[in-house]
Design a protein around this ligand. Structure first.
Ligand SMILES: *Cc1c(COP(=O)(O)O)cnc(C)c1O
Length: 704
């Protein structure tokens, strides 16, 4: 059973935008000034508090970073609007630089733009208030609202007292009105975040009652001539709680079009007022389009809505990598890990970023480019093709191919200036015979017995340095139990390191410059106290994860770089006894809501994660993966999560709200290590770089 969708909150945005147009065009002025006063100065006063409340409602569900993104977006929209209306400001004239600055900071540079600074300051200020705790924040916001009220509808009454008058004079020397981010916005932001839910009949009755009472309040104040401005009433917050509760009660789903078009109408209608006047003058329709208030309102609304709808229809549609399932890379985490590992490696050791296997599933081009910008000059890949791909993507510096390459490919190695590992003596001789003068690093076998010349075969190693047709620029070995803290294993690692160190010494004693020396991979840095030579080849740790949760000697605080997301494709309800998925592996024991996520084992998620306590996050709640994982989909039990809809984001690895799913946990559930889990994430998953959260970082520094 799926409820029919009614995106009440987003649809009401359209209504609120119409009310704002009404405020600025006075539709009923020609018919009845009183009626017009009621419409534009009383009823329409719900519009802006409503916009504040929807913002607060959705922001309450976001984390610090989400709020940072929201503020950044709002600021960009505001600045764009400021620039858009610049010609109108200049035409109107009389704008001094200090007015201008004050306008940008508080009142907006045109009459309707005040909302944006109010929203931005409001959100920032509310975050500060919340540091005092929710219980204190709300009463403080209410007091601020009352103070604001005194500078608005009730000014004529309270300013009878000289002290109070002086107080408001002070406020008005900074800003023209009290309806701003300090006195107006926090209360409404907090009221919606408090999520007060009244029963619909009660909310409806409450709304009618409070609106009527507020109308009486407004007419009384208006009649008494005490209003300095008419944005704020004593009963407005109460009225808004009822209205918002009513809307949230029947809200289900979202409507992008309504959201975007209402914003555009809000932004554009003052321009349309000017345009309608121009058209009226040119076409001789002034009496209908301007003098007749209803005609004026209709024309302005039609023009604003028309332009907004067209802009929405023809909005640029960039390719959306986040349409099905995707890997998200956090560049700051990557840079941070590189910095931590550089420090761990010591002052004389440079980092060689291991970006084989598509950078452990993180996207090799993306990762290598980010690291190159960060000053890293050594990269390692597994094979020729990976090296070529990086060169083609503009990666400079040393790219070491760690695996075997057929000597018949020597021309390509040389042409692309890749550095090839010499896998053993025979490989070295074969490469030398091609005569391409390939750059190489010698692999030395100190006990792993995989690739490399035996460490004790000094003659063979010396021969490599003298062979024509190859240029030995480095020498390295690889540790095979450095991830273990068992005494025997530690001893084994020590012997490996010792034998490598001795070899280097012998080479130097014979007057041979060995080139770049390197031994440690991630776990070498984490577990060994040995000197780290010229380079450290860091793979898994660079990506901010450990291979598993086994203890390590130097635990570095690393930040996971990758998050894995998928969209909800469909939601359905099963009755007890009904099954879902292949093999009927899941049988519902209670009425169960199943969300289908658009990701499967063909995307690299291990099939065995199904039926193994695998979990994902939906709306910040951990939900079990149920049944068998399919090639392109998997099933999630979302019975305990409110309102899951198609298109919602499912987090398979990473953070959603306060919950986190770590790659280490998922790997363990699949009986493997993160290295395998991550490096298998398939090419079908686009790589998205998280947009720089510098504003979020700024906010974090402000509030923590
Ligand atoms: C993969 C690999 C590395 C990187 O190992 P991590 O444990 O991921 O840091 C280093 N050296 C060699 C030879 C490798 O094959």
């Amino acid at each position: 059973m799926t409820r029919s969708r009614l995106p009440a909150l987003d649809l009401f945005r359209l209504g609120a935008a119409v009310l704002v147009v009404a405020i600025h065009t006075s539709p009923l002025e020609s018919i009845s000034p009183d009626l017009d006063f009621w419409l534009t100065r009383v009823a329409a006063r719900v519009a802006v508090p409503f916009f504040l409340m929807v913002s607060g409602f959705f922001l309450a569900k976001k984390d610090q970073e989400g709020i940072g993104r929201f503020l950044k977006k709002t600021l960009l929209i505001y600045l764009a609007a400021v620039i858009f209306y610049l010609p109108m400001n200049l035409y109107a004239g009389g704008f001094s630089p200090s007015d201008w600055l004050r306008g940008i900071l508080w009142e907006g540079t045109l009459y309707h733009l005040w909302y944006f600074p109010a929203l931005i300051w409001g959100v920032l200020f509310t975050r500060l208030l919340l540091h005092l705790g929710r219980r204190r924040a709300l009463p403080i916001a209410a007091i601020l609202y009352l103070i604001g009220l005194g500078g608005d509808s009730y000014y004529g009454i309270v300013s009878a007292f000289p002290v109070i008058r002086q107080f408001y004079d002070l406020i008005f020397s900074v800003t023209e009105y009290t309806r701003n981010g300090i006195f107006l916005a926090p209360l409404f932001l907090l009221l919606s975040a408090a999520n007060i839910r009244l029963q619909p009949p009660l909310a409806a009755a409450g709304f009618c009652l409070t609106l009527s009472a507020m109308s009486a309040e407004a007419f009384w104040l208006h009649g008494a001539g005490v209003q300095r401005h008419d944005s704020m009433y004593l009963l407005l917050p109460l009225c808004m709680v009822c209205l918002f509760s009513l809307l949230v009660g029947c809200n289900s789903g979202r409507c992008r079009a309504a959201r975007d078009i209402s914003l555009l109408v809000y932004l554009l209608h003052p321009g349309c007022i000017v345009a309608v006047r121009g058209i009226a003058r040119l076409t001789g329709t002034w009496p209908i389009l301007v003098e007749n208030s209803l005609g004026h309102f209709t024309a302005v609304l039609a023009l604003s809505a028309g332009i907004s709808a067209l802009l929405y229809l023809f909005r640029p549609l960039p390719a959306d990598s986040k349409s099905r399932s995707w890997r998200e890379i956090d560049p700051e985490a990557l840079r941070y890990n590189a910095r931590v590992l550089r420090q761990a490696a010591g002052p004389d050791c440079e980092l060689m970023a291991v970006v084989k296997a598509d950078a452990y599933g993180h996207g090799a081009k993306t990762v290598a480019s980010l690291l190159q910008k960060d000053g890293i000059r050594f990269f390692a890949v597994a094979c020729l093709e990976e090296g070529l791909a990086l060169r083609r993507a503009g990666i400079r510096g040393c790219i070491l191919v760690l695996g075997w390459t057929d000597p018949r490919q020597a021309a390509r190695l040389a042409h692309w200036r890749l550095t090839q590992t010499v896998a053993d003596a025979a490989h070295g001789h074969a490469l030398s015979k091609t005569g391409y003068n390939v750059r190489v690093h010698l692999a030395v076998d100190t006990g792993m017995h995989r690739l490399g010349l035996p460490a004790d075969d000094l003659a063979a190693i010396l021969e490599m340095y003298r062979l024509p047709g190859i240029r030995v620029e480095g020498i390295f070995s690889h540790l095979c139990v450095s991830d273990s803290l068992v005494a025997d294993d530690i001893a084994y690692t020590k012997r490996q390191a010792e034998s490598f160190r001795e070899l280097i010494k012998k080479l130097k004693d014979r007057g041979i410059s060995p080139g770049k020396t390197h031994l440690m991979a991630s776990y070498g840095l984490l577990n060994c106290d040995e000197p780290s030579f010229d380079l450290a080849r860091a793979g898994i740790a660079l990506y901010g994860v450990y291979s598993d949760d086994a203890p390590v000697y130097h635990r570095l605080e690393l930040h996971p770089v990758l998050s894995l997301y998928a969209r909800v494709a469909s939601v359905r309800v099963l009755s007890p006894g009904e099954s879902a998925g292949y093999g009927r592996a899941f049988i519902a024991e209670r009425p169960t809501r199943i969300a289908v996520a658009a990701i499967g084992y063909a995307d690299g998620l291990p099939r065995c994660l199904g039926g193994r306590n695998g979990r994902v996050l939906v709306h910040g709640v951990a939900c079990p993966i149920v049944g068998r994982i399919c090639m392109d989909q998997l099933l999630i039990d979302v019975t305990d999560v409110e309102e899951v809809l198609p298109g919602d984001t499912v987090t398979l690895i990473g953070r959603d709200g306060s919950e986190v799913i770590r790659a280490e946990t998922v790997a363990e559930q699949c009986g493997t290590i993160t290295n395998e889990l991550l490096s298998r994430l398939g090419a079908r998953l686009p790589v998205v770089v998280r947009s720089s959260s510098s504003s979020a970082a700024f906010l974090k520094s402000l509030f923590s």
